[in-house]
Design a protein around this ligand. Structure first.
Ligand code: SAM
Length: 198
């Protein structure tokens, strides 16, 4: 799967594909986003400027904004962003893949970046490219929360909805090269501090 394949598939995807809770009810879906925003708030400082990369229709971005974060919601799918804006017109949206972030930010850097249920669908190469660009968008010392799963049997996703998993060694090597220091946390995702790359 190329990044283009994944991006195109999501743009055409049914909203129900975003999260399993949508199969339960719309209420369960939005509650899951609020729960995850509360989890992110345990590691991201109050009032931070945050970038939600691959925000979808705002499941987590909308409750993050309600918690007082200054949210920039980025997604390659204008369909997703339109649904987000219909619900929360006050949130800044940017239609872009990872290579479009720098042009949007210019010299500005984010206090924190989070990326949930996005990296898992990409190949190793594309995932590294995305993480490198998310790191570049984050100020030194800032926080990145990445849904970037490890496995004893790492494998690449074989479809746009598949899941790519990594070995601990692959991740440690990538972190050193990109400039990420793992931070201990209770969260089910990787939490990192942006540091200088080696
Ligand atoms: C499974 S949804 C997750 C949405 C949201 N993060 C959440 O947890 O509810 C994946 C989203 O990531 C977006 N996406 C996937 N790959 C992307 C890429 N390379 N650049 C920008 N957006 C991407 C898709 O358009 C889709 O909206």
């Amino acid at each position: 799967m190329t990044a283009e394949d994944v991006i195109q598939a999501w743009d055409q995807a049914d909203p129900a594909a975003i999260h399993p809770t949508r199969g339960v009810s719309e209420d369960a879906y939005w509650r899951s986003g609020k729960v995850q925003a509360d989890m992110l708030a345990t590691v991201i400082p109050d009032g931070a400027k945050v970038l939600d990369f691959g925000c979808g229709d705002g499941r987590v971005a909308i409750p993050m904004a309600a918690l007082g974060y200054d949210v920039t919601a980025v997604d390659s799918s204008q369909n997703m962003l339109d649904r987000l804006s219909a619900r929360a017109p006050e949130i800044t949206t940017v239609e872009a893949a990872a290579d479009g972030i720098a042009a949007h930010l210019g010299r500005r850097r984010m206090d924190a970046v989070y990326c949930l249920a996005v990296l898992i669908h990409h190949s190793y190469t594309d995932c590294l490219d995305i993480i490198g660009r998310l790191r570049a968008a984050t100020k030194l010392g800032g926080i990145l929360v990445l849904d970037w799963p490890v496995s004893d049997q790492p494998a690449e996703a074989d479809s746009w909805i598949g899941v790519t998993t990594w070995s601990r060694e692959q991740q440690a090597d990538a972190c050193a090269r990109i400039g990420l220091e793992a931070v201990d946390s209770e969260l089910p995702w990787g939490v990192y501090r942006a540091i200088k790359a080696v």
